[in-house]
Design a protein around this ligand. Sequence first.
Ligand SMILES: [Zn+2]
Length: 205
Amino acid sequence: MSIHYPKTIENLIQQFSKLPGVGRKTAERYVFHIMKQSPGQIKLLAKDLNNIFDGFKICQKCSAFSEKEICPICSDDKRQENLICIIANFQDMSSIENTKQYNGKYFILNGLVNTIENIGPEKLNIKKLVKHINELIKKNGKIEMILALSPTIEGETTSLYLKRILKSPKIKISKLAQGLSTGMSLEYVDETTLSNALKYRNELK
Ligand SMILES: [Zn+2]
């Protein structure tokens, strides 16, 4: 006979089961682990979850999560402003920063074009990107844009789309070098591979 948990516990297990890579068993483990913590600790966790949307802003330039209107990377004038790395998600920024090879700026698309899930370019930060790129060109003349998107169908579709709409003699568009396994999400790529993929990036013509 399967055990029926009290409703409050069951609800929490179901919430945890929605997290990526977390199945029912792991969700149960998390919930029972939390229940062993002190009431103060649990209240702190609940408070942090509750405050999650009040505690950050979206950077006006690159769309990163930030405590200020402009994130620390966009406000760092030691970083190259005419080099911009286009990434799908905020987490990809930390993968690239960890390589310690990159000294340009970023732009976050907030996803990838995905025809199966009905995510078209209009659902991504493309308008903001185009505006941002135009401002950069006005200020710097020529710029280089690195498409650092996962080597998946969605990543390729998005790259092709961006290449098409941003074609300009003032924009050099390059793409991470081969060597990343096809189908692999960028967040799982190790630092050395990612570092080489950045270093030996290919220009898209
Ligand atoms: Zn920023």
